[in-house]
Design a binder for this molecule. Sequence first.
Ligand code: ZN
Length: 287
Amino acid sequence: MVPRRSPKSEPQLRIGAHVGGGLAGHVDRAKKSGADTIQIFASNPRGWAEISVNEAADAAFRERMEKAGIGPLFIHAPYLVNIASPNLEFIAKSIKNASWTMQRAQSLGAAGVIVHAGAAGPGVARADALARAAASLLLILESTETPFLVVELTAGGSNTIASAWPMAAELLDACDAHGRIRFCFDTCHAHAAGYDLSNKVGTDACWAELDRDIGIDRLLVVHANDSRDASGSRRDRHAHIGDGTIGEDGFGALLSHEFARRVPWIVETPPTRQPEDIARLRALANA
Ligand SMILES: [Zn+2]
């Protein structure tokens, strides 16, 4: 075990992983990989179907999480969800599914539900795309009272709603800065979107822009993924921590910033090497 440094002045950094499989096995899988916080899917990530819910199973899950000291919990909405889709049927399904996921989050005691910022597709004016995405977010927020709705910035692409912090600020404004909207900083996406996270100059600039545009208190979680592609590539292909173009230097620089310890870090890499990815992040955080 890598010793964990937790000086009184700095909060303990929580590092975890996205774990798959069923509810009953999540805590064991998290423990095996050395995770102290987790992200899960509440249903098939590549479909719309809602699963049947069992209150006793939810209660047992919450109890296992608490006993193991694992948390906070995040739920990632299915990949199909697009809050800015120009297709009416698709956007209705997105809102319905994300709302259901918010209810699951409430029942499971999750801190938040993560949705991708989405894309409006070609030919849609920015103002219209933003208005549509904001309307979707506000409708999804109406479905529950507690968990945060967390918008994950994307790697860029066709009329993306938010792949950079100034764009996230526009979305937040379009939602009248709703009190339950938070953001997710995915390091692979940000690197692909053009923030060079391979060195201290680039990582400090990214943290500073984040704080300037949305305010650090609006950040709820970091998705820690290395990137297989160059900064600015707009490609979203995750690599294991230290093996990609962000590299150990980049993650070390990201983790050395005062903002880094304020939120949990979750790796979204293939499960076989998640224990290694978590250990690497922990070692870099403690270096
Ligand atoms: Zn992510």
